[in-house]
Design a protein around this ligand. Sequence first.
Ligand code: URA
Length: 248
Amino acid sequence: MLSRIDKILAGNGLGSRNDIKRLLRTENFSVNGKRITDPGTLIDIEKDSIARNGEPVTLRTRYYLMLNKPAGVVTSTDDPLHDTVMQLLPPPFSAMKLFPIGRLDIDTEGLLIITNDGTLTHRITSPKSACVKSYYLETAEPFNTEALIQAQSLCAKGLELKHGFVCLPAQFERTEPQHIKTEWAFLMHICEGKYHQVKKMLHALGNEVVYLKRVAMGGVSLDPELGSGDCRELTGAEVAQLQRTGGI
Ligand code: URA
């Protein structure tokens, strides 16, 4: 596929489109051995070889980041009122046209995958996708043993939410508390992503979520080394795992 060289180089973190325009004038960029200065030059990154001052440039077109989203920022590329998750990305990623896969609420923390791979995003977020998302949550009230068994059975069958929507089967289990807000800690594993889904599920179970953090998605777990607000690129194995997971 043919694309403009300024777009490709900007997408590879060499700067903004204006920076690239300047770079093409001040440095020696060549395509298949021929110097180019026009930012609109069309190239095929599969076939053409690009060099910068005589050194081959390896181009990538796809980027995959794992962000540990903090509370207080919105999952959006742009928002008039709040800081967005995109503002947390460091250079060169901040200059790329990336977007989050799916959404976390403003008060939800944890794993958010950010990419420019529209095909993967579509597969993972498609209603037909079997992509499992796991959430650590703390509740306002405890579940006694009987209530927990009942809740687990309802989730496994397909929990009916307050307005009649029936969820796909989900798995609900007790887990080790991190004592962020309360001592009542659980994991919820769901394979769909309706608006406020986990909060609505807990509400339908007669309880309330007071803390929510996504800890895994599509078989990729949040890196425990990643501080709140930090991001890193996914490893090749993590990308391969996601590629296998999305879509059925
Ligand atoms: N479910 C919710 O209720 N909120 C989120 O942010 C994600 C899942």
